[in-house]
Design a binder for this molecule. Structure first.
Ligand SMILES: [Zn+2]
Length: 313
């Protein structure tokens, strides 16, 4: 079955929606946390994976648009005992060798082995495709993709309302269940960097959920907003970029090059913006474009219907 993302991208390739708010981006928005721009298919020779460090123990990896139109982001966090890989990408790449090289280098530096835990923001195909490459890796645990398996592994008492924890060795992350886009979606908060890894629930792009899942999506956003209120989150780091710096412009699956992409990092204020947007949708979900994201509810059967008001009836 196609994912919500794929479905919508197929239906709306080429469609554009007008922004409902005035954006004030300047050309060449530059990151204050990454040295390079993320590869976006501009250079024909770009490597299958691009990695940049956030700090000495935190790495951000992007799968090339040349290998898959989803061009998903993955995150690799090191504690003193364990490494945590969030997501395995959209497939067609040797992620195992890439991650092995990072861990081996770290093991040499530390003079002791580091265990690897592979988890997922959620179970859609563009985030789990290289799981098989890690199943037989020594000293490695691949966390299951069902809510029950995730809750058991991370000690989430009552899914989805409770929050789990995981210790990487002098570094603890919180696991926040956030179903709505997909049943087993979680966000990961790193207490060290105060980064919130937000998967496909919040990112600079189309935030997909079924029209009839709006309550569940909203409950997840409320849970995250409550959590964020006391955490002083540094940045919200999602799993895709689908927005251009040109206000109102989104990329679609047919774009083999994406010039002038937005940054992957979003300020923590985006959480309350998404919350305010979903609050407005409780009575009737509709597609709405905001500066940093588009709320994109999709009907169970979208054929023959057109956004933004296609959740009606
Ligand atoms: Zn997804």
């Amino acid at each position: 079955m196609k994912t919500l993302r794929q479905l919508s991208l197929i239906i709306f390739a080429g469609a554009s929606l007008n922004a409902c708010a005035n954006a004030s981006y300047e050309d060449g928005e530059t990151s204050t946390i990454f040295a390079e721009r993320w590869n976006a298919g501009i250079n024909n020779n770009e490597p299958p994976l691009q990695m940049q460090s956030y700090d000495a123990n935190t790495f951000v990896i992007r799968q090339s648009l040349k290998t898959n139109f989803e061009a998903p982001f993955m995150y690799l966090l090191f504690g003193t005992e364990k490494a945590l890989l969030i997501d395995t990408g959209a497939g067609g790449i040797d992620l195992r060798a890439f991650i092995d090289a990072q861990i081996t280098a770290r093991e040499k530096e530390n003079g002791k082995p580091i265990a690897l835990t592979v988890m997922h923001s959620h179970a859609h195909g563009d985030h789990v495709a290289a799981d098989d490459q890690f199943q037989d890796r020594p000293n490695t645990k691949v966390v299951g993709k069902e809510p029950e398996a995730i809750a058991a592994f991370f000690g989430v008492g009552s899914w989805p309302k409770d929050i789990g924890q995981y210790d990487l060795g002098n570094r603890t992350v919180d696991i926040i269940p956030t179903p709505g886009h997909q049943d087993s979606h979680v966000m990961v908060f790193d207490r060290d960097t105060r980064l919130l890894f937000s998967g496909d629930v919040i990112y600079p792009g189309r935030l997909y959920f079924r029209c009839n899942n709006v309550q569940e999506y909203k409950a997840s956003i409320d849970r995250v907003a409550d959590f964020a209120a006391t955490r002083n989150i540094s940045w919200v780091m999602g799993a895709h970029i689908e927005l251009s710096q040109t206000p109102g412009k989104s990329y679609n699956s047919g774009d083999s090059k994406r010039s002038n992409e937005r940054l992957i990092e979003l300020p923590s204020s985006v959480i309350t913006q998404v919350q305010a947007g979903t609050n407005k949708m409780l009575s009737l979900p509709r597609v709405e474009v905001y500066d940093n994201f588009t709320l994109f509810p999709i009907p169970e059967n979208p054929q023959g219907k057109t956004p933004p008001d296609w959740c009606a009836n």
